[in-house]
Unconditional design. Structure first.
Length: 315
């Protein structure tokens, strides 16, 4: 059974990455090596993209509504404008338009490493055709400074894409966010499952990223604020005097990003083989995992849903 799963994943890995630029399909990040290489915060640039898309969605929803409050149309427009994804023409794996846009911006300060420079570079895991021999495929995303935090560019995908998926599960299927994220971190859902233990993490890369889940949790909160009117933190409201939807406060990532998104603090767990290689790389560079005490993160809302258990006090 394990051989058959590995064969399927190997074929998938080849199809997934042989034809895709590494920046577009990166799935892990090195926030250890990158910490000293970033100096300019990207908050204002990224905030402006989101606010512009919210404004565009409101204009389209208001035109369609013709003076009537059509909240369903508003929700559709906001999901499409802000959370829209584009499938790769060969792999069909979705990547948010925002992530693609970020990758094209020359004015965003980013840490982009050669694979050999990263903590994963002990062996050529970035060569997908070697998956059947090495047991994993690892591509590495750029890292950015976002509201003072070091985060991988892949976290934008998790914030928007997984965040929206989480919101739909809660508001469409009636699940709780605890159930949704519990499934994401369920060790039984390995192999071909679309979870962190499955092909989003451990089964394909050998890395289970709690920071990915943390970004998805923050994204869930964002989509609640954006898509649900008449909440205290709603970003959008219906102005009866104007007969239009309006944005009542500006979006900023500063309201959502926190140190739990940083894999240097809310650190990942690894398959034993790659774990030993990462530990050796960190030791050779005089670095520790985590880079500082992660236990204060336990005070974050719903922290038990997305923190590395080592960062949590005993129950």
């Amino acid at each position: 059974m394990r051989r058959s799963i590995r064969a399927i994943l190997a074929a998938c890995a080849a199809a997934l990455m042989l034809t895709v630029p590494s920046a577009a399909s990166a799935d892990e990040t090195d926030n250890f090596t990158c910490r000293a290489r970033l100096s300019s915060d990207s908050l204002a640039i990224l905030d402006s993209w989101v606010n512009a898309r919210i404004q565009g969605a409101l204009e389209r929803a208001n035109r369609r509504g013709s003076g009537r409050a059509d909240e369903a149309a508003l929700v559709r427009e906001l999901q499409k404008a802000v959370g829209g994804s584009v499938p790769h023409p060969y792999t069909l794996i979705p990547h948010t338009r925002f992530e693609r846009w970020i990758d094209r911006q020359s004015n965003i300060d980013r840490c982009r490493l050669s694979f050999a420079e990263t903590i994963y570079g002990a062996r050529p895991y970035n060569q997908p055709w070697l998956y059947p021999f090495l047991g994993r495929t690892v591509l590495v995303a750029d890292s950015l400074l976002l509201s003072g935090r070091v985060v991988g560019a892949d976290k934008i995908n998790h914030f928007l894409r997984e965040g929206l998926s989480n919101w739909r599960a809660v508001n469409g299927r009636g699940e709780t966010i605890a159930v949704v994220l519990g499934r994401e971190l369920d060790p039984a859902l390995r192999g071909w499952n679309w979870t962190e233990y499955g092909i989003k993490g451990m089964s394909l890369t050998g890395v289970l990223s709690y920071a990915d889940v943390a970004a998805g949790y923050s994204g869930f909160r964002f989509w609640e604020d954006l898509l649900q009117l008449r909440r205290e933190r709603s970003l959008v409201a219906y102005d009866t005097a104007l007969g239009q939807f309006v944005q009542v406060r500006d979006f900023t990532f500063a309201d959502y990003v926190n140190d739990a998104w940083d894999e240097g603090i809310n650190y990942s767990v690894f398959h034993p083989t790659i774990g030993r290689e990462v530990a050796a790389a960190l030791q050779a560079r005089g670095m520790t995992m985590p880079v500082r005490d992660c236990r204060p993160l336990a005070d974050l809302p719903d922290a038990r849903l997305y923190l590395n258990p080592a960062c949590l006090p005993p129950r």
